[in-house]
Each structure stands twice: as structure tokens, then as C-alpha cells.
Design a protein around this ligand. Structure first.
Ligand code: GAR
Length: 324
């Protein structure tokens, strides 16, 4: 893990920032998978900003008062991008994000919430858990989607509720639990883009969604082909083969000319793989911070189309080539 580039994370806060501090100090341990490049707040007085400044982390503060939600989101978005962040971690950011902002960062933005989601989205989670007679409260880290506190849960920790607990005493223990949970889940999440098993499963999901396909192996590596004995291959998965550092999916181009153009235009994404390159296959690098999965999907579909029988290809609407 330590060899992979560290993800660049912007942390959004509104309050004291104890979760931000937990994320920050975890990021300073050896081998950390991410670094914090910005702490941003909708409250210029937030304690979290003072702590970030003391720790020499760039900060950005802009009160939302008098601004539309969309304008405020856009200003935060600009600051996040200016800082070069690849991921956003909401840590007690008490502004609800507009749909557009949530969609823009979908898959790259996480939030911590003080309940065992899907229980108790929204506010007053601890008093609601106590009032319901729950034996446990807890915390969840989840992906952010436009619907409030409803994205995929990536990790949870349970915290027992004692007979004497008040919302405040429970909140204190849940915070301690949050501080363990958030750095761990964020680290795992940003690291999975470098994990061959995870990348293979994502490729497989896209490849097997194409009609009439099956998974197999070719020369010991995972590969995808048209189903049946003589079905042709349309994708190979390559995990750092032949001395290259890439985990990649290989797809068919129209030939050497296109292959050379792709490699020249975007050498961070495309490369000419050993052996397969000679027959016009291109390597699409997957172990990097900013994989465009719709581009991968486009190439898998194109490669599949180039080997699929006409009647099968006709079942699938073609996609715009755009800049892929
Ligand atoms: C945390 O308990 C976090 O789960 C909660 O705000 C607190 C922030 O504390 N977030 C939410 O309620 C989001 N809906 P902190 O500023 O000390 O990290």
C-alpha cells in the first residue's frame, strides 16, 4: 500500500473537527493511504479550521449565509478542485449538499454519520436511539448520494447503550468510535483502486453485462469472451505482467494506427501491451487515482462489438465515441 500514490482528500467540516483531527493524524502515520490537502468549512468560526491551520493544512471558509445552496456548493467545489483533491470526506459538515454537488462527487465523497444506518438518518440520532430502547447506537461511514444519509454503507461500529446513558454521554462514546472507524474506512476505500481483486471484479461486472459473454482464463489470466467453445476474446485482465507496473484491462482497437494514437494522446491511460499489442490490443491502466469507468465501459463494449456476431451486436445500442 505504501508504494501507491496517496489519495488527496479534502475534509469538509462545520464544527469542532474531532473527526477531521482523527483523519489528519491517521494520515501522518507511516504508510498512510491518503493525505489531507484541504479543510473547508461553511462556518468561518469552526474550531476545525483553527486546528487545521495550526497543523499547516490549507483551509477555506465561506459562510453559506445569504448564498443559494447551489452557489455555496459551487464555491466549495471550486476550492476542493483548486486544492487538487481526488476525494472528499464530510466530517460533521452540517450543510445539506445540493443534488448537483452530490452527483458530481458520487463515488469520491464519503460521510460519517452518528447512527447505525439505515437507522436514524438526519439529526438527533442518539436521543432517537435511546427513546426507541435500542441496545446499541453507533456510527456509519457511507458514500454520499443526493438522498440524505442513504448511500452505500462502507463500514460501521456498534456502541452499546447503557441504562444511564443520555444523548450526551452516548454521543461522547460514539465520537471515540467514529475516530477509529473513519480513518480505517477511508484508507480502505482509497486503496481499493490499487487492489487487483477489486479492479477485476469491476471489470467483470462491466464485461459480463454485455450480452452473450463469459469469464474464463487465458494464459493464466482472467479474460472475457463470447460464450461457447469458439467464442472470441474481447478483454484480458493484466496484473502487472511482463515487468509493467500497470493493472490493466486489454481491449481491441481497430489496429496499430489507432493504438499508437491513443498511447500518444493519453500515455497515463493507454499503453501498448507486450504480445497483445502486436495484434492491436490496447492496455487501459486501472491502478491510478482517476480511472474513468465510463471510458473502460466504452472500450469493453467496443471490443465486444468487434467480435460479436451481428445479430448479438444489434441488441446493444452503440455509444458515442466522444474522446474515448
Ligand atoms: C460527528 O459525530 C458526526 O458523525 C456528526 O457530526 C459530528 C461532528 O463532530 N455528523 C452528522 O451528524 C452528519 N449528519 P466533530 O466536528 O467533532 O468531528
Amino acid at each position: 500500500m505504501a508504494d501507491n500514490p496517496r489519495a488527496k482528500v479534502a475534509v469538509l467540516v462545520s464544527g469542532t473537527g474531532t473527526n477531521m483531527a482523527a483523519l489528519l493524524y491517521a494520515s501522518r502515520l507511516p504508510g498512510a493511504a491518503y493525505e489531507i490537502v484541504l479543510v473547508a468549512s461553511n462556518d468561518p468560526e469552526a474550531g476545525a479550521l483553527a486546528l487545521a491551520r495550526a497543523e499547516s493544512i490549507p483551509t477555506f471558509a465561506l459562510s453559506h449565509r445569504g448564498m443559494t445552496r447551489a452557489d455555496h456548493d459551487a464555491a466549495m467545489d471550486a476550492a476542493i478542485r483548486y486544492a487538487g483533491a481526488t476525494h472528499v470526506a464530510l466530517a460533521g459538515y452540517m450543510r445539506i449538499l445540493g443534488d448537483e454537488m452530490a452527483r458530481k462527487w458520487e463515488g469520491w465523497m464519503l460521510n460519517i454519520h452518528p447512527s447505525l444506518l439505515p437507522l436514524y438518518p438526519g439529526l438527533d440520532t442518539h436521543s432517537r436511539a435511546i427513546a426507541a430502547g435500542d441496545t446499541h447506537g453507533g456510527a456509519s461511514v457511507h458514500l454520499v448520494i443526493p438522498e440524505l444519509d442513504a448511500g452505500e454503507v462502507l463500514g460501521q461500529v456498534r456502541v452499546a447503550i447503557g441504562a444511564d446513558d443520555t444523548p450526551d454521554t452516548l454521543a461522547r462514546r460514539v465520537k471515540i468510535a467514529e475516530h477509529q472507524l473513519y480513518p480505517r474506512v477511508l484508507s480502505e476505500y482509497v486503496s481499493r483502486g490499487y487492489d487487483a481483486d477489486y479492479l477485476l471484479e469491476r471489470v467483470a461486472a462491466l464485461a459480463l453485462a454485455l450480452p452473450g459473454t463469459e469469464r474464463t482464463t487465458s494464459h493464466g489470466s482472467p479474460a472475457f469472451k463470447l460464450a461457447g467453445k469458439s467464442g472470441k476474446f474481447f478483454a484480458h485482465f493484466s496484473d502487472r505482467h511482463h515487468g509493467v507496473p500497470h493493472i490493466a484491462v486489454l481491449a481491441k482497437t481497430s489496429g496499430q494506427e489507432e493504438l499508437a494514437q491513443l498511447c500518444e494522446r493519453d500515455p497515463a491511460t493507454f499503453y501498448k501491451p507486450a504480445y497483445y499489442g502486436a495484434s492491436g490490443w490496447v492496455g487501459i491502466v486501472l491502478n491510478r487515482a482517476d480511472v474513468d469507468w465510463s471510458q473502460v465501459e466504452y472500450w469493453l463494449e467496443r471490443s465486444w462489438r468487434s467480435v460479436a456476431p451481428k445479430r448479438l451486436a444489434a441488441t446493444q445500442p452503440g455509444r458515442e465515441p466522444e474522446a474515448y
